[in-house]
Design a protein around this ligand. Structure first.
Ligand code: HEC
Length: 114
């Protein structure tokens, strides 16, 4: 047992590699890239701390541009829970992620997209 634990401690740390997307992010990837290119939705590269409605080259709704606050974990979780309630009038054609665990997994992943 002790040997096993020791061997596990020697495994290479995955921390330096890009974090893998959680399964729940697949529903976002249909519209959002994480590599900087815009699709149906704006790229989510660098989304944490970025002002809402500010990614270059994407035509946002007036509602999203007016909202304009820097995204943080709290506001992203609220937006993903209920997009229309968090940013009334925004045009993301997506009803939200009802499962809190999935929202947390997605938000934690978004925070890694530098
Ligand atoms: C069917 C397409 C579609 C899906 C699916 C979708 N989005 Fe969006 N998303 C959009 C569009 C379009 C906008 C721009 C809304 C606006 O301008 O009002 C947007 C905006 C956003 C923004 C604000 C971006 C910014 O630059 O301010 C975030 C964050 C976001 N989406 C995250 C997500 C996440 C996370 C998921 C998955 C849980 C998701 N979206 C699913 C189309 C989509």
């Amino acid at each position: 047992m002790r040997t096993l634990l020791f061997a596990a401690a020697l495994l290479p740390l995955p921390a330096l590699a890009a974090a893998p997307a959680p399964a729940a992010f697949a529903q976002c990837a249909a519209c959002h890239s994480v590599n900087g290119s815009n699709g149906v939705g704006p790229s989510l590269k660098g989304i944490m701390g970025r002002k809402a409605g500010s990614y270059p080259g994407f035509r946002y709704s007036r509602a999203m541009k007016t909202y304009g606050k820097p995204w943080d974990k709290t506001s992203l979780a609220a937006y993903l829970a209920n997009p229309q309630q968090a940013v009334p009038g925004n045009t993301m054609p997506f009803p939200g992620v009802p499962d809190a665990g999935q929202r947390t997994a997605i938000v934690n992943y978004l925070a890694t997209l530098k």
